[in-house]
Design a protein around this ligand. Structure first.
Ligand SMILES: [Mg+2]
Length: 364
């Protein structure tokens, strides 16, 4: 498995089976989302930028959302960079952002540690500057070696992390230190391709120490969202992301509504296969959807209708009997029909393949 999360590393795994009916399908909003929600908790990679460039049109869309009174929070699993560094990067891309608008998994991890440790307690840091600064802001003391007897170990991705640091982490965890992981992302995208992420390095320590992290701060777990809500004081946040297994599942874990945009890693076949706990509240090709009303497809038997589209699953194939004008509505009708098939059809198991999810009418 190249992507995903080892839920077993969490002390209390999210419930994976009992999904209320109200969570199974898309929601409707008769007001544009930027009016209906007071804060957008935005994922970065795949939502605001892809690789070195801003997603087309997104800087202007974010300005517009702010102008309409929406608070923007840039919420990242990346624990390596400081909020100042993330904000500077966003500014270079034309996105207005202050350091205080950025919430990192390093900050969420530091908050979890400060809630459990005495002021000034020693924490072994396996990671980069983002973690060190976040710990110091919480009044904790960063150390580099297990023989300094840290009360806790915090582990986040940094390109500098090597065997010696993983060994120090293993010694400290073995000695009983509280272990907090910034996230369990197994992979990170790099210029050369897919490379090991923090979750893979956490697994190395876990295998050696035969212990698992007590707390995971980043998406899809709650601490990062809790830290964001604490800072923004949002009453009605909308999580905006491109990944089903971090952004959308994380929103579900917090009972927050979510918008999936298709500008990042999720393609229509992956969307159609989404398990109930990874299904978004709203669905759109691009972030322009913040300024739209949203309507859930209407079901008639096996057919899901929206905006002139009529989509159904027959003989294990997704088919559009009628075509409408808006490709966003096609996506919503298709996802709804596919999810109903996976949930209800006795021949549809989790690993069953639904044909037709890559059809031309299911492209932007
Ligand atoms: Mg992303």
């Amino acid at each position: 498995m190249l992507a995903g999360h080892a839920a077993s590393y969490w002390r209390e795994p999210p419930e994976r089976t009992a999904v209320p009916d109200s969570h199974r399908g898309l929601l409707s909003s008769d007001r544009p989302l930027a009016d209906a929600y007071d804060c957008a908790m935005l994922d970065l990679d795949g939502v605001v930028y892809v690789g070195p460039h801003a997603v087309e049109g997104v800087p202007a869309l974010l300005d517009r959302a702010r102008g309409q009174g929406m608070t923007l929070a840039f919420v990242t699993n990346n624990a390596s960079r400081t909020p100042q560094s993330v904000a500077a990067h966003l500014n270079e891309l034309g996105v207005e952002a202050a350091a205080s608008d950025v919430v990192t998994s390093a900050q969420a991890a530091a908050r979890e540690l400060s809630a459990r440790l005495d002021p000034g307690a020693k924490v072994l840091v396996i990671g980069g500057k983002g973690l060190r600064v976040a710990l110091e802001e919480q009044g904790l003391t960063c150390v580099n070696r297990a023989d300094e007897h840290p009360a806790a170990v915090v582990q986040g991705f940094d390109r500098s992390v090597g065997w010696e640091q993983l060994a120090e982490a293993t010694y400290a965890v073995h000695a009983g230190a509280l272990w907090v992981a910034a996230n369990l992302d197994l992979t990170v995208p790099t210029a050369g391709g897919i490379a090991p992420g923090n979750g893979t390095l956490v697994n190395a320590v876990a295998a050696a120490a035969n212990v698992r992290p007590a707390v995971v701060a980043g998406k899809p777990y709650r601490p990062l969202f809790d830290e964001t809500v604490r800072r923004i004081a949002s009453e009605r946040p909308l999580v905006v992301g491109d990944r089903l297994d971090t952004d959308i599942e994380g929103a579900r874990n917090c009972d927050a509504d979510s918008l999936l945009v298709m500008t990042g890693v999720t393609d229509p076949p992956a969307l159609c296969r989404a398990r109930p706990e990874q299904r978004p509240s709203y669905l759109a090709w691009t972030l322009d959807a913040l300024f739209d009303e949203h309507h859930a497809p209407v079901r008639h038997g096996e057919t899901f209708e929206l905006g002139g589209w009529q989509v159904a699953v027959r003989d294990q194939r997704l088919v559009a009997d009628e075509h409408g004008a808006d490709r966003g509505d096609a996506l919503r009708a298709a996802a709804s029909a596919a999810w109903a098939w996976y949930d209800e059809d006795s021949t549809a198991r989790d690993d069953a393949t639904l044909d037709g999810c890559d059809a031309d009418w299911l492209q932007p």
